[in-house]
Design a protein around this ligand. Sequence first.
Ligand code: 6OG
Length: 162
Amino acid sequence: AVPRPANKLLTLVFLLRTQPTPQVLLGYKKRGFAHGRWNGFGGKVEPNETIREAAVREMKEESGLLVSNLDEMGVLLFEFVDDPQIWEVHIFRTTHFSGEMTETEEMRPQWFDQCAVPFDQMWPDDKLWYPFVFNNKYFDGYFKFEGLSTILEQRLMEREGP
Ligand code: 6OG
């Protein structure tokens, strides 16, 4: 059998609010991998923390905000051509936050109306599964990428519960 590396665990958090209109907080990634794209807030899970702890920590580091009451809505698996490592991204949503929003060296946070998300400046898979997050539905997905912009294979389905 061919040995396979363990999945690389990542988090992605979506902070939602209903006032003044239904909105989502996104961050513009200023540097690093996949810079120049808007995304939720997140990053790698460290060895000494839970996935949930990582989600809260990364949100704080990248936006200045302390989030709580996270609901895990879905898990996405990403495969990249010529990379044996599978990325396992855990997607959370919440409406609970405190603290001051701050721009960091890595991210510029901004509220977007849920009907005006800049999908043309985001990972191309995002437009397919954001509706689940906005509508409070649970989901699982798999996307195979060639480079940063081409999806070769995709599977996406709703699931019953968390
Ligand atoms: P750093 O390794 O830069 O965190 N991420 C993705 N997000 C979306 N929406 N689509 C993808 O399609 C993604 N692949 C990775 C997970 C990387 C951040 O980017 C997310 C992490 O939050 C391929 O610290």
